[in-house]
Write a protein that binds this ligand. Structure first.
Ligand code: FBP
Length: 319
């Protein structure tokens, strides 16, 4: 018999409060999935007319998804703080709650008008509600995951020991698909925005050049390149069948620290990938050990199959 998310949560963590927070996040994702399905007919795929703290134009669905998250989490007394890509400041929700949620409510939203998979990314940490520490390294995450809104709505979840995947069933509830997903250690697929090649550092250029050389170069095998431009969709593919995702530090993003955000993009994805047996690095440093200095901090992100990430790390060590 298929296990529901609630049934799975009852055994996957010894903390009923943490299970409650995860279940609340999943409820928000299920509602976002339902809104996305009808968005083209509801005329909701366009711009909202505002910019977020990152200076990016918000889509209507960015704002709607963020509002859904706020409403669901506010109704959960265990959550005291929400950090969201769409909110300039951390939002205080409940006085006594011992948990903080960091999220990108709708990642990859530039893909919405072309009906390509987008997602929600989330990270859950413990906080003292009276003096919340918002800047904890990723090693302190208690749980993390994402929802991928594609042909099926998938929820991918980890408490750090293993990774489980769920899909929305006919009744709108998440049901277990696979418990114990592992990312293959070797792969011949890489994901990077090659239009940025002129900005890359030496390590990235050398790694990609080896892949392009395929069986005629030191990698000794032919590679394929895949770049969806929606992090959740790229990472979901890598988790399921292996590969590597790179958004490295380059000369254009260097002044900002990178492109992707540490608290609600890099950390949760690194937590999942490591729990599935892969690796996640900035190049020189394990992502999960980066000490955050601000809630919207950006970092370089290189993660996926252990052998591929190790090859990139070796290039960084040679610099
Ligand atoms: P948003 O959170 O602003 O959507 O940006 C994140 C993202 O869309 C990732 O999902 C994706 O991997 C990356 O940006 C694509 O960046 P680029 O457009 O530079 O290829």
């Amino acid at each position: 018999m298929t296990q529901t998310l609630k049934q799975w949560l009852a055994t996957a963590t010894s903390s009923p409060e943490l299970a409650w927070v995860v279940d609340t996040v999943a409820g928000a994702c299920a509602e976002i999935a339902a809104v996305l399905r009808l968005a083209p007919l509801a005329g909701q795929t366009g711009l909202a007319g505002a910019t977020n703290v990152q200076g990016e134009a918000q889509k209507q669905l960015d704002v709607i998804s963020n509002d859904i998250f706020v409403r669901h989490l506010r109704a959960n007394a265990a959550v005291s703080i929400l950090v969201s890509e769409e909110l300039d400041e951390a939002l205080h929700l409940n006085d006594e709650g011992g948990f903080m949620v960091a999220c990108d409510p709708l990642d990859g939203s530039s893909n919405l008008d072309v009906n390509v998979t987008v997602g929600t990314i989330f990270s859950i940490l413990a906080v003292d509600p009276k003096a919340p520490d918002l800047l904890q390294p990723g090693t302190r995450q208690l749980a993390a995951g994402y929802a991928a809104y594609g042909p099926a709505t998938s929820l991918v979840l980890s408490f750090g020991d293993k990774v489980a995947t769920f899909a929305i069933d006919a009744s709108g509830q998440f049901a277990l698909v696979e418990d114990g997903v592992s990312v293959p250690s070797a792969s011949a697929e890489y994901a990077i925005n090659t239009a940025r090649a002129r900005f890359w550092d030496q390590a990235t250029s050398a790694y990609v050049a080896e892949n392009v050389a395929g069986e005629t170069g030191v990698a000794g095998k032919r590679y394929n390149m895949r770049w969806i431009g929606s992090m959740v969709a790229d990472i979901h593919r890598i988790l399921m069948r292996g590969g590597i995702f790179l958004y490295p530090l380059d000369s254009e993003t260097a002044s900002k620290g990178g492109r992707l955000r540490l608290l609600y993009e890099a950390n949760p994805m690194a937590f999942l990938i490591e729990a599935a047996g892969g690796r996640a690095t900035t190049g020189p440093q394990r992502i999960l050990e980066v000490q955050p200095t601000s809630i919207h901090q950006r970092v370089p992100v290189i993660l996926g199959s252990a052998e591929e990430v190790a090859r990139v790390q070796a290039h960084y060590q040679r610099l």
